[in-house]
Design a protein around this ligand. Structure first.
Ligand SMILES: [Fe+2]
Ligand SMILES: [Fe+2]
Length: 511
């Protein structure tokens, strides 16, 4: 990742600059010369350059004393050696820090100067330690910043995903990118194997099989102890598929733990402590998100079940309309899908279909169940159900997209419907869809005053009413979706529309 490279370069240059400042300070204050021999720089003390190094140009260490040579060539750092004389007669002290060695050198040292020299050494050592610690803190800060960035990015992306498997995929991809991995996989008892890889070279099934086969112990340990494990390339498993791996637990729901594995191909850098910290932070955050999502799903399902129970109680007020709302909800969703509506609109359609007649809860049973012709007053009372239904769902924020469909499900294209006599496109699309679904179910269901129409008759009535009582585009979409459903899912069709009679069945009944 680009920011990791930046972090490394920055820290090296900051450390070199801090050490350079300190060296100048000590040299002028104490009269000690200092050389630093490390991974980032190699500076000879001036006296070494002047008097220890014989040749200029070519081999710049030619003639240097053994101590300088050893340090400059990184062969052997003489850690912890007490100040002594080098073979050129200079007082020297060697300090080995975590990433570099330093040579403190005083050309001439008598009794008092020796004490200052040793004090300078101790000061240098302390400062080096501080520089190193400071560097570690800066790295940690930068890593935390990186983690925050990844979290922010993940949170933003997760907002656009509605299901747990989708969230896991986002987390796997973003984490793998943040950890500069080549691939990642999630082994989930619920969602199966989820896989992401940087390019197509990676063979998903072979890699997953290899992990399951070679790292069964690691997988078991992660699951049992819920800890992150590192298995760097070459540490325990040899072979052509050797890679560096990070294992971690991913959420735990009802005692089921998903296992996530991140991989870097052979030859890529090994995983270090910072990677483990990053993974821990991302998986912890991801686990909470997934748990919340599952909880929201459960609450949504429970609400749906509760509404269905309520609606079926209303349908039972009139035995002739039993199952009506369920079927209208089902058909409305089917039509919406045929028309290419978005998934949120489909969900609203299903709710709207279920709830469209909920206002009948406020209509007297005697009126609802009256077998004969309704009086004008009775019909007016029945017509109130769409407005009463709207009043029931309006305060519920989750039904914001459902309200209008409930209110206007008896409006018709020619403007002769109710409650407001809207016409054509003035009628919201969801209401037009619910109206078509409602009409089909009303035509094919038996009432106290008439038998339900056979399928062909119902469809032909609907065809005749296109453009006047029924929206043309919606009705055509209904015909298409209904035919497809009936042909492709005969079992389910019989389950939902078992009451709808075909022409032949009707003749048999008559016979
Ligand atoms: Fe209605
Ligand atoms: Fe209805």
């Amino acid at each position: 990742m680009a920011s990791s490279t930046l972090l490394d370069n920055d820290s090296v240059s900051q450390e070199a600059s801090a050490r350079g400042d300190l060296r100048c300070l000590l040299e002028s204050a104490v009269g000690v010369e200092i050389g630093v021999f490390g991974v980032s720089e190699c500076v000879l003390p001036p006296t070494c350059s002047r008097s220890c190094v014989a040749a200029s140009g070519g081999d710049r260490l030619a003639g240097a004393c053994a101590v300088v040579r050893a340090l400059a060539e990184h062969d052997e750092w003489l850690a912890g050696a007490a100040p002594s004389m080098c073979d050129q007669g200079h007082a020297i002290a060697v300090h080995c820090g975590p990433v570099s060695a330093s040579l403190l050198l005083a050309p001439e040292v008598d009794g008092t100067e020796r004490a200052r020299f040793e004090a300078a050494l101790s000061l240098w050592e302390r400062c080096e330690r501080l520089i190193f610690e400071n560097d570690g803190l800066a790295n940690e800060l930068l890593r935390s910043f990186e983690q925050l960035n990844v979290m922010f990015d993940v949170t933003q992306q997760i907002g656009r995903v509605a299901d747990a498997a989708g969230v896991k995929l986002v987390l796997m991809r973003k984490s793998a990118e943040a950890l500069t991995c080549d691939w990642s996989c999630c082994l989930s008892p619920v969602d199966g194997v989820l896989w992401w890889s940087r390019d197509r070279q990676e063979d998903q099934s072979r890699t997953v099989e290899w992990i399951r086969d070679q790292y069964a112990d690691a997988l078991r340990s992660v699951e049992e102890n819920r800890q992150i494990l590192v298995r760097n390339a070459g540490e325990s498993v040899e072979g052509p598929r050797d890679a560096s791996l990070l294992f971690g637990p991913f959420g735990a729901e009802h005692g089921v733990t998903d296992l996530v594995v991140f991989g870097r191909r052979r030859g890529r850098p090994a995983f270090v402590a910072g990677d483990v910290m990053m993974m821990d932070a991302i998986l912890g955050h991801g686990g909470h998100v997934i748990s919340n999502l599952r909880l929201a799903e459960r609450i949504r399902t429970m609400s749906f079940e509760a509404i269905r129970a309520l609606v079926s109680a209303i349908d039972k007020k009139d035995e002739y309309t039993r199952g009506h709302s369920e079927r209208v909800g089902f058909l409305a969703r089917l039509i919406g899908k045929q028309m290419g509506l978005a998934s949120t609109a489909l969900q609203d359609l299903e709710w709207a279909g279920l709830l469209h007649d909920i206002g009948k809860i406020g209509v007297l049973d005697d009126v609802l169940r009256k077998p004969g012709k309704l009086t004008v007053e009775e019909f007016a009372a029945i017509k109130e159900h769409s407005r009463m239904g709207y009043d029931v769902v309006a305060p519920i924020q989750a039904f914001a997209g459902v309200r209008e469909a409930v209110l206007y499900h008896h409006e018709v294209p020619d403007g002769s419907g109710y409650p407001e006599g809207l016409a054509g496109d003035e009628i919201p699309i969801l209401a037009r869809i619910v109206h078509v679904a409602d009409t089909f179910d009303a035509l094919t269901s038996s009432r106290s005053y008439r038998e339900g129409f056979v399928l062909d008759k119902a469809l032909s009535i609907m065809r005749e009413e296109m453009g006047t009582r029924l929206d043309t585009a919606v009705t055509l979409a209904f015909f298409e979706a209904f035919d497809t459903f009936r042909a492709e899912q005969p079992g389910r069709y019989r389950q939902v529309f078992g009451h709808v009679k075909e022409a032949a069945e009707a003749e048999e009944d008559d016979g």
